[in-house]
Write a protein that binds this ligand. Structure first.
Ligand SMILES: N[C@@H](CCC(=O)N[C@@H](CS)C(=O)NCC(=O)O)C(=O)O
Length: 213
């Protein structure tokens, strides 16, 4: 059985967990906090969560994990069989990861953990996020899902990136990033109504509340 390693407070952990549930996998959750030290680096060479253990070995990096899971259960498709459409989805995921997730992550310490804000980093991060959001506005369909009529891997990935980037942008710049992209607010509502997302969000909110307490 697949083992999912990580912690419920991680938005990346949440995406993999929802994807496992949506595709009908049986899996076991193993709590581990991210750490850049042995022996965890054997499982996840960058010391990050989530990672999974399967018969063949360990896998980290969320998009790689989702790609593997997709290949295991193609009968619940979350990637188009059309090579061009599939590449368009990969393009959108990459834009969201590099220019929204990673850029907002640079100021997450201030937003979530009371660290000092480096104004230069914040300005650079904001200008890259503006471009990322403009790119998402061009690439996303939101009719009703992010790539069009069918739900895809990109919906789960982007949903949990916005779960983190939205409060970060609000806290750092008092900036509503959801309003920057046509259709994003309705799409977030649509995704939030999915039973598996509701289940995982309840666990995530619970885990965050415990940490705050
Ligand atoms: N690129 C990684 C990002 C995962 C990530 O940033 N995980 C966070 C938790 S949400 C983490 O492990 N942080 C610890 C660290 O960066 O040292 C992926 O796609 O899985």
């Amino acid at each position: 059985m697949i083992k999912l390693y990580g912690t419920a407070v991680s938005n990346y952990y949440a995406m993999v967990k929802v994807f496992l549930l949506e595709k009908g996998f049986e899996f076991e959750e193993v709590y581990i906090a991210p750490t850049y030290s042995e022996p965890f680096l054997e499982l996840s060479p960058m010391g990050k969560v989530p990672c999974i253990e399967v018969d063949e070995g360990y896998l980290s990096e969320t998009t790689a994990i989702l790609g593997f899971l997709e290949g295991c259960v193609p009968e619940v498709p979350m990637v188009s069989r059309d090579p061009f459409k599939s590449a368009q989805m990969a393009q959108l995921i990459k834009v969201v990861e590099l220019y929204i997730a990673n850029e907002s992550g640079r100021v997450a310490g201030y937003a979530f953990f009371g660290q000092d804000l480096n104004e230069q980093v914040a300005a650079d991060s904001r200008s890259k996020m503006e471009r990322g959001l403009a790119a998402l506005d061009r690439l996303g369909s939101f009719s009703p899902y992010i790539m069009g009529e069918e739900i895809s891997m990109a919906d789960f990935f982007a949903y949990y990136i916005f779960a983190s980037a939205k409060p970060i942008a609000k806290r750092v710049w008092d900036w509503d990033i959801v309003a920057e992209v046509d259709g994003l607010a309705d799409w977030l509502r649509l995704m939030s109504g999915r039973p598996m997302i509701q289940q995982v969000n309840a666990e995530l909110n619970d885990a965050v509340a415990k940490i705050m307490a």
